[in-house]
Write a protein that binds this ligand. Structure first.
Ligand SMILES: NC(=O)C1=CN([C@@H]2O[C@H](COP(=O)(O)OP(=O)(O)OC[C@H]3O[C@@H](n4cnc5c(N)ncnc54)[C@H](OP(=O)(O)O)[C@@H]3O)[C@@H](O)[C@H]2O)C=CC1
Ligand SMILES: O=C1O[C@H](COP(=O)(O)O)[C@@H](O)[C@H](O)[C@H]1O
Length: 480
């Protein structure tokens, strides 16, 4: 069980809070992992009262949690922890009212979870300071994206840094809470097998794909200002790249792990000017079919400009300028309204140096993050019978089956528990976030400079043609 601390969720009526945070906290409560005295106070402008909020939270959690895991008894206990206060976080007077409502800090520290748009982060931090609600025991959780650009990320980090020490700041990237993502570290650093060949010389290229079938749902207003580069590449995809590429940390602790990730982000070769045209592809979905259902074009989605040129798809050829990875392309790809939902990392090894057999494919390691949690190594094997005919076969590790007795945790469960316990290993440090923006900004500028409007791709496809050409140019292909 965790130590006692209260949690304030700013933006408590939003999609993130109701869809992800409360269901995760409910699971932790049900499994007895929350301290009995822990209270959860949700905050937003909507004029709900406590019972109204509890009813809203129940409706949303019921829809989110598996039926077998949702019991009236567990919900009753959990909902007693829930409270709600209507306030405007941009108003300092409202924080004075909040402080009065909460009473004196019991001394065990509060967790401030900022589940609002990032343009409110600076106000919230400043207002917490004005109301004397920040002390050395407090923790503050910031949702991605931190800012809109390097400049705005620096401003947010500086404003947060005025009130909280870096050790109190938890910048969340929920991909780091996914079991298979952590398994990537186990695969690399708890097995000696791969280390000698995990480098240029043995690896031809790496692919990182995060494909979604969902569109922008009810988040059009946010997404249209953000786009796939800021929403996914700047954070989730670059974090995955770091875990594939980083050196072994000297210890499995927050500073050592994050030091290694920063080195990779700083070694990313800048993509600017003409390279933006040659090494990046942006796309936007047009009308199409997903699972047999007609879906509209992006620019017809709710709260999206009907002449929007926001990208819903990005493919990038990244390179890491260091000894281990010189000359190895890392192809990153993400998009909404694609044919299938899956996230995976493909490590494509080089072919054997001298070919003995007529057939033969180079080895490939596939790390499937979702929907299945699977690691599989493709090897060549002889088919039974006469002759020496070869076929690829998979050496398959299905992680869900290997640990079938245990319920698979949602990423937010793990990360919320880490925040409560004060462990920031799986959170992004300030310099990491800024280094990621440093690489992303020139690409965004390049798109703007050359007015590279997004290439249309039909919903339900594998993305724009140009994303395929990016690899075909070098006799490679996406693993689809
Ligand atoms: N939704 C998701 O799955 C994910 C979201 N995120 C990030 O989390 C953040 C929140 O996203 P999401 O929940 O989707 O956004 P929503 O728009 O659904 O929620 C925003 C929340 O902030 C509240 N809010 C807005 N302005 C104020 C204000 N001035 N004072 C008090 N409360 C305010 C809103 O309530 P009200 O209007 O009533 O005040 C609402 O509760 C964003 O930065 C997003 O990028 C990150 C990963 C996943
Ligand atoms: O952060 C975000 O992630 C989701 C995808 O997360 P997943 O866990 O379902 O893979 C994405 O849909 C959303 O746009 C983005 O903000």
């Amino acid at each position: 069980m965790t130590s006692s601390c209260d949690m304030l969720v700013f933006g408590g009526t939003g999609d993130l809070a109701l869809h992800k945070l409360l269901p995760a906290l409910y699971h932790l409560h049900r499994e007895g992992r929350l301290h009995p005295r822990m209270r959860i106070l949700a905050v937003a402008r909507n004029s709900l009262d406590r019972d109204g909020y509890r009813a809203l939270a129940e409706r949303r959690c019921r829809a989110q949690v598996a039926r077998a895991d949702f019991t009236s008894e567990a919900w009753r206990g959990f909902s007693e922890r829930l409270d709600y206060l209507a306030m405007d976080v941009s108003q300092s007077a409202d924080f004075v009212r909040l402080a009065r409502y909460l009473g004196p800090d019991p001394g065990c520290g509060r967790v401030y979870y900022l589940a609002t748009a990032p343009d409110l982060f600076e106000d919230i931090a400043a207002n917490l300071a004005i109301a004397q609600m920040a002390n050395p025991q407090s923790r503050i959780v910031l949702e991605k994206p931190i800012g809109h650009s390097l400049e705005s990320a620096r401003a947010i980090n500086a404003a947060i840094g005025k009130v909280f020490d870096e050790s109190q700041v938890f910048r969340i990237d929920h991909y780091l809470g996914k079991e298979t993502v952590q398994n990537l570290m186990a695969l690399r650093f708890a097995n000696g097998l791969f280390e000698p060949i995990w480098r240029a010389g043995h690896i031809d290229h790496v692919q990182i794909s995060v494909c979604e079938t969902l569109g922008v749902e009810n988040r059009g207003a946010y997404y249209d200002r953000s786009g796939a580069m800021r929403d996914m590449v700047q954070n989730h995809l670059l974090q995955l790249l770091c875990l594939v590429a980083m050196e072994a940390p000297v210890r499995f602790d927050a500073e050592a792990v994050r030091n290694e990730k920063v080195k990779i982000l700083e070694a990313l070769k800048p993509i600017s000017g003409q390279d933006v045209r040659d090494k990046t592809v942006r796309g936007q979905y047009s009308a199409g079919k997903i699972g047999g259902q007609e879906v509209p074009a992006y620019y017809f989605e709710k709260n999206v400009d009907n002449d929007s040129d926001t990208e819903t798809f990005v493919a990038v050829q990244a390179e890491i300028d260091n000894w281990r990875w010189a000359g190895v392309p890392f192809y990153l790809r993400t998009g909404k309204r694609l044919a299938r939902k899956y996230s995976e990392i493909v490590i494509q090894f080089k072919p054997v140096p001298h070919r003995l057999f007529a057939d033969g494919e180079a080895n490939r390691l596939l790390i499937r993050l979702q929907p299945e949690e699977r690691i599989s190594l493709q090897l060549m094997a002889k088919t039974p019978g006469k002759g020496m005919n070869l076929e690829p076969v998979e050496l398959d590790l299905n992680l869900a089956k290997a640990f079938s007795q245990q319920r698979r945790w949602d990423a937010y469960e793990r990360l919320l528990l880490d925040v409560i316990e004060g462990d920031s290993t799986l959170f992004m440090r300030r310099d990491e976030v800024e280094a990621a923006w440093q690489w992303v900004d020139p690409i965004l500028e390049g798109w703007h400079q050359y007015y590279q409007s997004p290439r249309p791709y039909p919903a339900g496809s594998t993305g724009p043609e140009q994303a395929h050409s990016l690899l075909e140019l070098h006799q490679r292909a996406w693993h689809d």
